[in-house]
Design a binder for this molecule. Sequence first.
Ligand code: MG
Length: 345
Amino acid sequence: MKLTYKPYTLELKHKFTLANSSRSTTPVMLTELEYEGITGYGEASMPPYLGESHQTVSDFLSKLDLSIFNNPLEIDSILDYVDTIEEGNFAAKASIDIALHDLVGKLENISLYNLWKLDKNKTPETSFTIGIDTKEIIIKKVQEAENYKILKVKLGSTNDKGIINTIRSVTNKPIIVDVNQGWEDKYFALEMAHWLSEKNVKLIEQPFSKSLIDETAWLNQESPIPIFADESAVRFIDLKNIVGCYSGINIKLMKCTGLAEAKKMIDYAKSSNLQIMLGCMTETSCAISAAAQLSPMVEWADLDGNLLINNDPFVGTQIIDGKISLSDKPGIGVSKRRNLDDKKK
Ligand code: MG
């Protein structure tokens, strides 16, 4: 098996603002694993606040020697080896996991969701993310999101109610909110939870810092709408601390090292009565289409990262009438876009 990789920079359609950061590009690494003339595609996405970069991913990938494996179907052994090379480097590890799964699907000529015996009719609708912005831009973004049935709104600024009121001036679609650890006071958070619930908000993601465990458990108990973990639920090992503290988790391939671990997390979450959202970073259609293969297993999807960029080098999973639509193509179901300039507008 031969690994190659190249750095790429995603251009965001809108400057992306969270509770404590703002940016207009995201670095990604595009990986390829080749075996007997077949190529699997993978990707690492590195939003700067998570600490990975073109350099760290390149350093990590250069340490791998996949020539010691003769058969890509030894997927568990290969991923165990990749995970033990270094601590951390979660997105870099995901780029191998995704390429390997794509390769295995192509070698067996089967899509991953079919390989996993999932029902493509059970895919959820995906939310579409509205970042923190001015009133005029928020309204423009909501109009651009016309085809999506659920909006995801970033809160945690000093104007949370204003943002929701602005959106409610143009649409009554259900909203899920992501506070990105932006709130500090539990009584303020509970008052917000009641107010948001009356505004047809369906859930609150990561209201407090991941260190505020007791406050989160209290809020989850008292809140009329469920509280989801994102930064608090990174890998499988974190899940035992989530049960009883949160009602659900947001699983992202770039946090949890890829499809193999995400699938394990979904199984555990289901057996622990946690609701599940599949989320993403800003990513190309490569990583998004990989995550979409698991989507028939979950209730919530926030797989819109590829919709927020101008220069997606892949074509993959489509969103039809707001719902994730899986193709029968093998592996993760992507092909390279022939002319990138066609997509740039
Ligand atoms: Mg989040």
